[in-house]
Design a protein around this ligand. Sequence first.
Ligand code: F58
Length: 870
Amino acid sequence: ILEKVKEVVTPSNGAALDGKPKSDPASIEADVLQNLEFTIGAPSNKIPNGLDDKTVYRGVAASVREFLIAAFNRTQDYWRDQDPKFVYYLSAEFLMGRSLLNAVQNLELTGPLSEAIKKLGYDLEDLVDAEQNAALGNGGLGRLAACFIDSMATLDLPGWGYGIRYKYGMFKQAIDAKGYQQELPDIWLTNGNPWEIARPEITYKIGFYGTVDNFKWSPAEQVIAKAYDNPIPGYKTSTVGNLRLWEALPLCEFDLDAFNEGKYDKAVEERRKAEDISAVLYPNDATEYGKELRLKQQFFFVSASIQDVLARFKEKHAGDWALLPEKAIFQMNDTHPTIAVAELMRLLIDQEGLDWDTAWGITQKTLAFTNHTVMPEALEKWPVKVLGKLLPRHLEIIDKIDDIWKDSLKEKILAQIESEPKAAPAKAAKAAAKDGEEEEAEEDEEDPVETALAKYGIITENPWEKDAKVINMAYLAVVGSKAVNGVAAIHSEIIKDTIFKDFYEVMPEKFQNKTNGVTPRRWLAWCNPKLAALITETLGTDAWINETTLLAGLRQYADDKAFQAKWRTVKHAAKEKLSHKIKSLMGVDLPTDPLYDVQIKRIHEYKRQYLNILSLIYRYHQIKTASPEEKAEMVPRVSIFGGKAASAYYAAKKIVRLINRVGAVVNSDPDVGDLLKIVFVPDYNVDLAEVLIPGAELSQHISTAGTEASGTSNMKFAMNGCLIIGTMDGANIEIAQETGKENMFVFGMDAEDVPVWREGKRKEWKDYDPRFVKALDLIKSGTFGETEYFKDLVESISVMNDSNNDWFLVAPDFTDYMRAQDEVDKLYADQDEWTRRSILYTAGSGFFSSDRTIDQYAKEIWDVVPCKQP
Ligand code: F58
């Protein structure tokens, strides 16, 4: 019987029995055929060449999955046996994109697999397009998490990602005929997900609501978290890491009694309520219900993940809790997982019986926190009312953490005040004397100790609601963590000066910088194969794919005319691919001679797509009014936009519409011809980025200085030899350092001047650039239609009053932006110089590999070392 079973269930390449699948083309071909027939159940009369690409993709994915699982099992067995310290990357988002090509490339199977697929009558490239995008993330933060787990595996670092297996990921964006953004659900799991392994045996109970009696929490509602593992292959290593995502399920699947009473809704109510938790990526939080659901999601995945880690720890080290910080570190990706501080405390105290101090000591060594933004709306503050209702025991714990934390500061603060020169001791004495008295109206008359303590409060007054308190989750994370980091050098400085100023002053040692990075596998080697091949040929090795600092070796060829010509040829091929992609998606014909200028990122006022489109409106006006001679001098340009606006973000949605309206007018104007094309590519996502980035020649990273924490697409563009026009913001600054500031089109106010401007000059400034005024006039006069609709958008940057204040400095930065754009045009006319710079961008991009970032996290925060199978 066993022999028979082996015959039937063993993949023909012998994966399951020998532990290592056979990777020659013939074995892979046989295995794909077997998977098509037995795993997918494709009609046998159509195998091999009567099938559609989607079906063949599923058969191929099933085969690649065998390779992944074989190596995954070996890695995880080895790690279990070696018991190294692990990092657990807690993130509400992992924006993975597609997996097939990445897995095949990382596993070094591309050659034999392509050959096998060809023999079957198909093409690997076509199959790649049949895969759904795994879009379990909003933007940069989620994609960063995906790059990080790729690097962790490549560096053999014992580590797992932990998150939520959303049923619906990031909404799909459609642009309707009038230019409006429409949101459609992202139903990505319909055809199954071959890259995951369901673990019905790995489940945890997660409680909500209920009461606390003498520190004992009795939840009123419970759901099950079920694990799904997603193997993450490293490159040039046998290590395959893991991304474990949780699905929410009901304790009781179906209430048969209710059903028998004819109450179908009630019979499935519990299931529906539970499934809501892992249903949608960041549900609308405009309503009370939405808010609570979001907190539920956060607690759900955090609790399941910590319970999971503690369960494994207990298997090995039962009772030896002091060892936990030597075996595990949780990195909290922004504030979304920060309920972990209270949950780890609860599990250690209530479940494992540790005393408060021991638990707190362990917690503070086992958690670390990354901040990704200084935008106040994105720094989560949960109303005490909401959190206390959903997680009453956690509120108690947070309350106590807050008290102990403030108490611990009292002495330090008093000492600080006393050590301040002259006036300070008097103040302190006055404060001491006043103890217990009512506060004076005047601020400098207040008790300085109390005043100082108030600003450290984790639980504070709600600025938007009287007599209501909120929990500042970022503060909770800072207090509960061993390290806090920003994501680019400037950002890490800004957080020390602004949002965490007071915390930095009392514990400077906690604050670090970890400049973001991106995986050079997906974002150069795999998405731009021709450029990658040229780099490998030039450097004489492909070792740069893991050692990106080797890219610096390209510098010596930057002036070499023959090399420049080769570089231009491969860059042009990527442009052609992009042009084809846009043709197939939108039916628009784009010429490939003009400069390809790309701005792709979430649509946000601070990212200033508005500035870009205004300059294009002016460019359009110039074309319309130019003489034939002047036209002949102009540098033709294709401007490509892409990005999603949050569904409730009114201004961002108007900007999307404006771009689309301007595009419609410009592209159909016969006076313009090929001098300017403006396209908005709908549904910007990871797989589009993989075509847009290699094809771009200029990319725009033009946020108001001090607002973009880092940016990561800027790094991807730089790696692919795309020049940057940008402000001195986020990682642009470091990219300028690495590639030479003189090679970047830098413009605009810098981060120090922006607050000064906002405070002062803005009020009396009237010095609008005539070109800016002209561009706005064209919108106002109806050139692009919908004057009424665009009215408030126009006024938001041109009429100063209480609601309009051009907070992101579109008007004052416009003139310098136009100067930088003129420089762009001028330089593009000099193709040798342009190409030289392009080469220098790639050569200077080595620092921006996420391998470097992760290596720094591992050494400077996590204390996790590589653990590679011999
Ligand atoms: C981004 N944040 C930063 N947040 O804006 C960007 O500068 C940085 O490079 C990147 O993180 C990685 O560090 C970001 O993407 C989000 O997507 C939020 C997720 C939760 C809802 C609100 C947006």
